[in-house]
Design a protein. Structure first.
Length: 218
């Protein structure tokens, strides 16, 4: 080989490099299980997550569980308390159902008071507008019961139902009477749409829960 000449060197690369690849970033799922916190505690699980979650982060779905033997857990309530809740829920649901047909036998009297022909198409309006409220009521109260709890929705709905029924008795016009019937039907829907959830929350055993649901629905 002559002096001054250069030779080409072929460098073979290692097909399996020894340098470790950077670890993949662990993807956090939006579903997190929260450590059970007693309902009697001053700091709840929701407060703990709100402090730890960074601002502007992805919304987290909270799964809140009761602490063991928590007296606030409906499964740990006494049988007497559960029975009273089932009776109250059943009576409220029955009351809402009866309310739809209260005016069906009063058509002759209503026609004299509000001056409309009877029999006629207007005689079925009190029942019809009440049932229209039954259609829209669950669309309002069901999401609210999952956000604010079942008790506030049931108490508020029953209070509005009583006031609307009183408004029907004090109405001085046919249009006002029908409006009060519509409000009464909307406010009377929570016991029927939310009552099943109230009963099912009381029992952890599936067999007992099914039996109580059968009693409530009957």
């Amino acid at each position: 080989m002559e002096k001054g000449t250069t030779t080409d060197e072929i460098v073979m690369s290692d097909p399996s490099p020894t340098t470790p690849s950077p670890p993949l970033e662990e993807k956090k799922t939006p579903l997190e299980t929260i450590t059970p916190v007693s309902a009697n505690s001053s700091q709840t699980a929701l407060d703990t997550v709100a402090e730890e979650q960074p601002a502007g982060g992805e919304p987290t779905t909270l799964v809140v569980a009761f602490a063991p033997n928590d007296p606030e857990n409906p499964h740990n309530w006494s049988s007497t308390k559960k029975l009273l809740i089932i009776i109250a829920t059943t009576l409220a649901s029955t009351n809402s159902g009866f309310g739809s047909a209260l005016c069906s036998n009063l058509s002759p009297l209503l026609s004299k008071v509000f001056d409309f022909p009877s029999p006629g198409p207007q005689t079925i309006l009190p029942t019809s507008v009440y049932l229209i409220g039954f259609v829209f009521g669950p669309l309002i109260c069901a999401p609210l019961s999952e956000t604010y709890g079942r008790r506030p929705v049931l108490v508020t709905g029953f209070s509005i139902f009583v006031l609307a029924t009183l408004g029907c008795a004090l109405s001085n016009s046919w249009a006002l009477f029908l409006v009060m019937r519509l409000i009464a039907g909307t406010a009377g829907a929570p016991p029927i749409s939310v009552g099943g959830g109230v009963v099912s929350d009381l029992f952890g055993d599936k067999i007992m829960r099914g039996r109580m649901m059968m009693i409530w629905s009957a």
